[in-house]
Design a protein. Structure first.
Length: 179
C-alpha cells in the first residue's frame, strides 16, 4: 500500500511539473461532482448501475490548454439480486487538455491518467488496492466569476485480482477557481 501511495505522489509531481512552465500564470481550482457509475464487461454481470461522488483539485497553465488534476472518487454499485454492494474508493492523477481560444463561455476537454483504487465487496472480507487507468472527455461551462459547471464521462479500469473492473462514471459538478 505504501509503495502505491508513493507511486501516486510521484505521478502527481510529474503532472505538476508538466504544467510548471507557466507557473507564474498558472491558475488553481477545486470542485465537486456527483453522478452515475455504469458497470461494463464482467463487472456488469454482478453489479447494477450505481452512484458516485468526486472531489477534484487542479491547475491550468497560462494558455488554459494544458493542466493537471487530481480527483478523489467514491463509487458504489449494489449487487444484482440484492445482498450487498461493491464499494470503490480511490484517486486519479490526470493530464487535462482543453483546446480552444480564451475567453469562451463553453470549453470541451479531454483527460486521462492513472491512479489507485481500493475495492471492497460486501460478500468478501478481503479488500484490495489496485492500479487503475482512466480516459474521458467533458464539457465546462463558465457561469460567473470563477464558477463553472462541468459534465464529464470517462472509462475507468481497475486491475483487480482475476479480471479487471471496467466502468463508465458520468459526473456533473461545480468547479471554483482559475478559468
Amino acid at each position: 500500500m505504501r509503495r502505491k501511495l508513493v507511486g501516486l505522489a510521484v505521478t502527481t509531481l510529474l503532472i505538476g511539473a508538466a504544467a510548471r512552465p507557466a507557473a507564474a500564470q498558472a491558475r488553481g481550482y477545486v470542485g465537486l461532482g456527483a453522478g452515475v457509475n455504469i458497470p461494463v464487461g464482467d463487472f456488469k454481470n454482478f453489479n447494477k448501475t450505481g452512484w458516485l461522488g468526486e472531489l477534484i483539485a487542479g491547475v491550468t497553465g497560462k494558455s488554459g490548454v494544458l493542466g493537471g488534476r487530481i480527483d478523489g472518487m467514491y463509487l458504489h454499485n449494489t449487487f444484482k439480486g440484492g445482498g450487498g454492494a461493491t464499494k470503490l474508493f480511490g484517486a486519479n492523477a490526470d493530464l487535462v487538455v482543453t483546446p480552444g481560444k480564451r475567453p469562451a463561455k463553453v470549453h470541451p476537454y479531454v483527460l486521462g491518467g492513472v491512479g489507485f483504487f481500493n475495492v471492497k465487496n460486501d460478500d468478501d472480507p478481503n479488500d484490495q488496492t489496485k492500479f487503475a487507468w482512466n480516459a474521458g472527455a467533458g464539457l465546462q461551462v463558465h457561469t460567473g466569476n470563477k464558477l463553472d459547471v462541468f459534465l464529464e464521462g470517462r472509462v475507468l479500469s481497475i486491475s483487480t485480482t482475476g479480471s479487471s473492473i471496467h466502468m463508465i462514471p458520468i459526473a456533473v459538478g461545480l468547479r471554483w477557481g482559475g478559468i
